[in-house]
Design a binder for this molecule. Structure first.
Ligand SMILES: [Fe+2]
Ligand SMILES: [Fe+2]
Length: 180
């Protein structure tokens, strides 16, 4: 398998979550109510899976190795855009968390902000994924030898292995913080 194989498989799961978020947006618009539990689950998915696990492999391994190569100006530009887009997604999720907290505290007017932020995310991800799948991942594989691609795939698996531990260490330390 090429190293972009797991990244593309991960895109398919992200798309499923985006569909669920779109359904949730429709419910929020209809009932003028937010479901904090759904938002927490979607935020956890985006932060831990779409960002830490998926963007993590893109940025910390694939893009890091591409930076050592003599990229065409077009590929250089797309990679810069992708990094910027990851930052935008991180910030937008942060804003969604803030809005959800306001909502939980009783400020029900922020439901419009929640709808807006979730809609921005569900519009963003399909475009970002399409750019990677259709215009970046396959063409940039040509910069790597077969050995380099195999080594990258191995590094991806190693990267993934650490994350379940990181996730639950975080769960325990968050609970410890709360119980202080
Ligand atoms: Fe990405
Ligand atoms: Fe991606």
């Amino acid at each position: 398998m090429m190293p972009i194989g797991p990244l593309m498989i991960e895109h398919r799961l992200i798309e499923k979550m985006i569909t669920l978020m779109d359904e949730e947006i429709a419910k929020m618009k209809k009932h003028r109510k937010a479901n904090p539990l759904f938002i927490e689950t979607a935020v956890d998915f985006i932060r831990m899976y779409a960002d830490r696990t998926h963007h993590g492999k893109e940025e910390d391994i694939l893009f890091r190795d591409l930076e050592k190569k003599d990229l065409s100006p077009n590929h250089e530009n797309i990679m810069d855009e992708l990094v910027e887009e990851h930052i935008w997604a991180r910030n937008t999720v942060g804003k969604l968390v803030d809005a959800k907290q306001q909502y939980v505290k009783g400020n029900v007017n922020v439901v419009d902000d929640i709808i807006e932020l979730m809609s921005e995310l569900t519009e963003f991800y399909p475009k970002h994924i399409e750019k990677e799948d259709k215009r970046f991942f396959i063409p940039v594989m040509k910069y790597f030898t077969q050995e380099e691609q195999d080594a990258m795939l191995d590094e991806f698996w190693e990267f993934d292995k650490t994350l379940i531990h990181e996730k639950y260490q975080q769960v325990v330390s968050n609970l410890q913080e709360k119980s202080k």
